[in-house]
Ligand binder design. Sequence first.
Ligand code: ADP
Length: 447
Amino acid sequence: MFQKILIANRGEIALRVLRACKELGIQTVVVHSTADADAMHVRLADESVCIGPPPSRDSYLNIHQIVAACEITGADAVHPGYGFLSENAKFADILAAHNITFIGPSGDHIRIMGDKIEAKRTAKHLGIPVVPGSDGAVTEEKEARRIAGEIGYPVIIKASAGGGGRGMKVARSEADLVVALQTARSEAGAAFGDDAVYIEKYLEKPRHIEVQVFGDGAGRGVHFGERDCSLQRRHQKVWEEAPSPALNAEERAHIGGVCARAIADLGYSGAGTIEFLYENGEFYFIEMNTRLQVEHPVTEAITGIDLVHEQIRVASGGGLSMRQEEIRFQGHAIECRINAEDPRTFTPSPGTITHFHTPGGLGIRVDSGVYSGYKIPPYYDSLIGKLIVHGRNRVECMMRLRRALDEFVVDGIKTTLPLFRDLVGNADIANGEYDIHWLEKYLADKD
Ligand code: ADP
């Protein structure tokens, strides 16, 4: 087992990982920018190293500084959290070259899944159902027309190097297609330095359903069920739940089994998430994230398994701690992402939190890195905490969520808490009847 883990992140996830390390009796080092000297994870860590000024590229993305911090403190492993360097294959390779363990998959697996065309090809090869579309990159107008004609309109053009919901264009007819192809290519080139784009069938009313998987790197793979993350704004997840209100037990076992086998065959190591769009009973792979996800606590709630413990165990060579049949699902969980944003316009609202009071009681978990008197710096993303609620079934979970939202107090800044108080009283949400466009429509109608 590791003696000392360096946590290369900030905010709630840095604290989340720190807690797991403490429970396992592992020493912790955190790195931070000058803007985060007062952050909770810095206060609670055994050691901390300031690695640079506020901008991420000079601190949380500065590989040399982070490797230097490992060497100075003698850390033998790095947990990257999510975002920042968590899906940076070069970072994983550099750590390996320094004999420091990256708590995550190999650089090669990160590379394959980071290139969407390559990821889709690999998924298909592993027997995972994919969205019908082009086999690889498309550059010629004529070819684009042929493929779109075959799969049928509407189609979506996506950047191979895209991420965070950027670099996508929908074409509803052949007339749209030519313009969409050109704009998608030039935008992808400008935004990602890679103008490779591909075409797939555009699904009109899908849900976003993702499967949590784990591999031991030696041919074993398990799944931890699915999460439904269909409630999104600008392709950013807002509310996540497990299990999905849309799946039956048979569908769940089927897609879980497909994913677990794929992970085993790939020889994948650590945590991963295989994301699908789901429509009319069919699953369509869109991408795989090779890291811990923001929404992992809903899976922890219904399985009772600490996924960060499991990541650390697998990375240290201890293998998976359980077999598939030992993973049991209990009840229902919902996560609300609480952002420091105006709940109507979604503009960031940094500043000082004058009062912070979190709800408690059975089935309530709050993962947050903030406290009363904490000043939110304006440099990073606006997530300040996550409320995760667990109940014996979805009805109980929703009742408990409503109560927890009423208890939650964040004064001094604006947050998205009022949005969740509205959602929890909505009939479609209560019935679990929503697709990936539902939230945007709801917000537009409210205005
Ligand atoms: P990113 O890496 O940028 O998040 P994804 O491939 O995961 O890109 O897609 C992000 C979102 O875009 C999906 O959650 C979905 O809302 C939409 N999307 C992607 N592909 C399709 C498709 N074929 N049909 C309809 N919507 C899609």
